[in-house]
Design a protein around this ligand. Structure first.
Ligand code: AMP
Ligand code: MG
Length: 339
């Protein structure tokens, strides 16, 4: 019996419910997008997804703290937006009061659940990292986005779940339908299944076994403000890669390389002061590692999840299979030294 079987199951059910919520928002074409104080967009889907996921965690693991991206301050000051989020939470949760993950009972509880995600993180026994809608800009442009939830125990990611409602079921077949759910437990491998298929039906996924880097494909953010496209192009060129980069938003990048739909994920910083957020990397880091890959920062250090809400001790991300990651890292060093 897996040490974290229950945590994984609950995390999958919670992420599935949140993905249902994001689909309702996409179909309604009313994203309720507003700007946060850092001017990044946040939608009713971000708030609703955080509420249903933390609601599930609070019902089943009430003592566990959560480091979540959002807080409720905007909703507490905007009755109309709050009511829209509440309606979504109710609709996405359905009327299944027997569900293992319970229900959010009312609007006040919804706001409190969202704020349970304010935990500061750090060196603790157990905490969850949550990005309710990673890649909000991708969500708004109907591209890739991901609902990401990870359990961190003693500063190590032990469970990672990523829901990708817009990822093709079969990347080679455009008519295969959309919506994938990936999950991993430390030491037990990485798995994937279509969203809404039974929890136990997941199949193992593995990173590509490619050894000739010149044939590799690499992925990076769509947003030029989130990673250094020019330096990444230079690295690809020095590796002899000829295929253009695949640009997509969110941790769908980690999910894609984990299931062999791409080989390398590069994320070099554009700003010397930006600190990556733990919720942007916890799930993806475990998924790739368990699928046979290596994730380090741009200096080759493992990601350190014990530093609070951000990865203060790390800069940049280099993820690829075990066979090629060291070589990619070598070229990254070269380009960094030249710049
Ligand atoms: P991506 O989809 O790869 O563009 O990454 C989306 C994430 O980038 C968001 O969840 C933000 O937390 C994060 N982000 C915001 N600003 C920056 C920045 N200057 N550098 C790196 N990541 C950022
Ligand atoms: Mg994010």
């Amino acid at each position: 019996m897996s040490l974290y079987a229950r945590e994984r199951r609950i995390a999958e059910l919670a992420v599935e419910r949140a993905c249902r919520l994001t689909s309702i928002v996409s179909e309604s074409q009313q994203t309720g997008s507003v700007s946060k104080s850092d001017l990044s967009p946040v939608t009713v889907a971000d708030f609703g997804a955080q509420a249903v996921i933390i609601g599930a965690l609070q019902n089943v693991f009430p003592a566990d703290p959560v480091v979540g991206e959002e807080d409720s301050s905007i909703l507490r000051n905007d009755v109309e937006l709050r009511e829209r989020v509440w309606k979504l939470v109710v609709e996405a949760s359905g009327d299944d009061y027997q569900s293992e993950i319970g229900q959010v009972e009312n609007e006040e509880q919804m706001l409190d659940y969202i704020d349970w995600g304010r935990f500061e993180g750090g060196k603790v026994k157990r905490m969850w990292a949550l990005d309710p809608v990673d890649g909000t800009k991708g969500f708004l442009r109907r591209g890739q986005f991901a609902v990401c939830l990870a359990l961190i125990v003693d500063s190590k990611v032990v469970v990672g779940v990523i829901g990708c409602p817009n990822l093709l079921v079969d990347p080679a077949d455009g008519s295969s339908g959309k919506g994938m759910l990936m999950s991993a437990v430390v030491g037990e491998g990485a798995f994937s299944r279509p969203l809404a298929s039974p929890v136990g039906s997941a199949r193992p996924i593995k990173m590509s076994s490619l050894t000739d880097i010149t044939t590799a494909s690499f992925c990076e953010s769509v947003e030029a403000g989130h990673s250094a496209h020019d330096q990444q192009a230079k690295i690809a060129q020095l590796l002899g890669i000829t295929k253009p980069s695949v640009r997509m938003d969110s941790q769908a990048k980690y999910a894609s390389i984990a299931r062999c739909d791409g080989d390398i994920y590069l994320r070099l910083p554009v700003s010397a002061t930006y600190e990556e957020k733990i919720w942007d990397h916890a799930s993806g880091n475990l998924l790739v590692t368990e699928a046979g890959g290596i994730v380090t920062d741009m200096f080759g250090n493992p990601l350190d999840f014990s530093q609070g809400r951000t990865l203060k001790k790390n800069k940049g991300i280099v993820a690829a299979s075990k066979a090629i990651q060291p070589k990619v890292l070598e070229v990254v060093q070269k380009v960094l030294q030249e710049s």
